[in-house]
Design a protein around this ligand. Structure first.
Ligand SMILES: Nc1ncnc2c1ncn2[C@@H]1O[C@H](COP(=O)(O)OP(=O)(O)OP(=O)(O)O)[C@@H](O)[C@H]1O
Ligand SMILES: [Mg+2]
Length: 201
């Protein structure tokens, strides 16, 4: 195993298992002696934390304003966290990235996938992940897993979650994202994740 940098993104609707799998994947990579940067969107930087509070904590937000705030968070994230980590040869594991914007803002909010893809590409300076893993879980089942207070996205109606889930499925083929069966056990999903990540190392 060399020390090639790698950029892995975990995706999917609310409560699909992103944080759970990120933790397992990071531990596995570290046990191989790799430097791993575990990060997330929105909110991985000081400016991003303020943006996260606006996007997830607040009241009404125009969909375009929401898309632009998330793009601003991402620009800061790429510049301050992701690019420097990749330049050091680290493995970056990000909980959400551009695919979230395409599914949530592009499709579920109705802003259009092409436009949001253009905005995202500008925000990132064209930085694409090496691998995007989407944990596909029936939205009703995922909602049943959730505990704790709901954020602004989680307060959206069931129809929003269904639209997000379908968007991930529809866009996966077009953008080369890997769809995993996220309804399997935590260990099973972790094996699916590892099988996909290993060849990158
Ligand atoms: N494969 C699984 N089977 C059953 N429950 C799971 C599975 N993976 C995670 N969970 C549980 O579901 C809940 C949500 O998981 P997790 O926080 O990892 O999801 P998430 O995608 O990060 O959610 P969020 O979008 O809210 O950040 C947690 O209670 C977790 O323990
Ligand atoms: Mg999470």
């Amino acid at each position: 195993m060399g020390d090639r940098p790698a950029f892995v993104v975990l995706e999917g609707g609310d409560a699909c298992g992103k944080s759970t799998q990120a933790q397992i994947l990071v531990a596995r990579l570290q046990s191989l002696g790799r430097e791993v940067v575990a990060t997330r969107e929105p909110g991985a930087t000081p400016a991003g934390a303020k943006i996260r509070a606006l996007v997830l904590g607040g009241g009404d937000l125009d969909p375009r304003a929401e898309a632009l705030l998330i793009a601003a968070d991402r620009a800061e994230h790429v510049a301050e966290v992701i690019r420097p980590a990749l330049a050091r040869g680290a493995v970056v594991v990000s909980d959400r990235y551009v695919p979230s914007s395409l599914a949530y803002q592009g499709v579920a909010r109705g802003l259009g996938v092409e436009e949001v893809a253009r905005l995202s590409e500008w925000a990132t300076g064209g930085l694409d992940p090496d691998l995007v893993l989407v944990m596909d879980v029936d939205p009703a089942a995922a909602a049943g897993r959730r505990a704790g207070p709901e954020d602004r996205m989680e307060r959206e109606p069931d129809s929003f979650r269904v639209a997000v889930n379908e968007a991930y499925r529809d866009l996966a083929g077009r953008f080369g994202w890997r769809l995993l069966d996220g309804s399997a056990s935590v260990d099973d999903v972790a094996e699916q994740v590892w099988a996909a990540v290993r060849p990158l190392l």
